[in-house]
Design a protein around this ligand. Sequence first.
Ligand SMILES: [Zn+2]
Length: 365
Amino acid sequence: MDHPDTMTRRSFLASTSCLGAALWAARLFPLPAMAEEIAAAGRVSSQPLADKGFASVRKIGDGVYATISDLSKGLDTVSNGGFIVGTDAALLIEGFRTPAGASFQYAALRQVSDVPVRAALDTHYHFDHTLGNAYYGAQGIAIWAHEKTAPLMVKVYGPGQEIARADRKAGIEKRIKNAKNESEREHWKGDLKALKLVSESVESAVVSLPNRPLDPSKLPATVDLGGIQAVIESYPGHTPGDLIVRVPQQNVVFTGDLLFNGMYPATSDADLGGWRKALETFSGYDKETLFIPGHGPLCGPEGIATLRSVFDDLAEQAGRMYKAGIPVEEAQQRYAVPERFKGFPIFAWSFCIGPAIAKLYEEFK
Ligand SMILES: [Zn+2]
């Protein structure tokens, strides 16, 4: 067992280096809570129900609330989420990056209702959507996710994986040293910061797995919360196990990371073809649909259209480089962010751009 002093020092170190990451993220993600059109439409309450800086909770409909992260003020939640409350029960969406993030969302729910919580749902396995699960577990709340989520968490965040992460870190450090030019070096430096954030998040967490796997062949599933229904659906794309939650009565969709609004998407685990098809489906939803993206401001269908054009641009540039015979490793570095996406944050080049180019090359073969 660790000596208490060691524990304190270690957690101190973890939190200070996380602060470093937060400062870096603040520069990368200076995003508003919602798109201008959404704010103007008055559908989202301008006054938050709760606000802790790192996230705020806003009412977006009858019994529907969105938790919107602000990475410039802290990294407890990182992703967006929310909850749906009926007369009989409530459903929480997302486990966030830390138990503090999950606890913030749970406390906001308790401000408006005492109904039992049916479940907390993780939209997919990524660290910023699941590592706060332990808080829900401690409240005796069941955690729902796609059946592939728990096995993926074990594979990527389970025991022994710190060695793989250390190897990857060493590999990136070497690439920083040997980079051919400044832009390539900047890409690798960003990758190192992102990898450090993942490592610190996992190593300071009690990784708690979803305990109610949902079989995608049995979806969509309607959850009646009393006077309001949540519909859980599965679409391919961002990871091998993505779920979305819809509230059809109110044209609200919690997309998880199938939607990154106003930023480059993380594609390391992606099925690009499936993802682009899912976005096409979402673009057919009612024009009044309010989307709660996994990351970025709340938006309407224009957010879906923008992400589709980001994918189109990645495919177009990859196609051109493929035809010109440029090797994939070089193409991954050469992708140029076009003027219209210049302000779009990129979590890390090798989490977003690199894998997308490589996957597109595979499709062209
Ligand atoms: Zn994700």
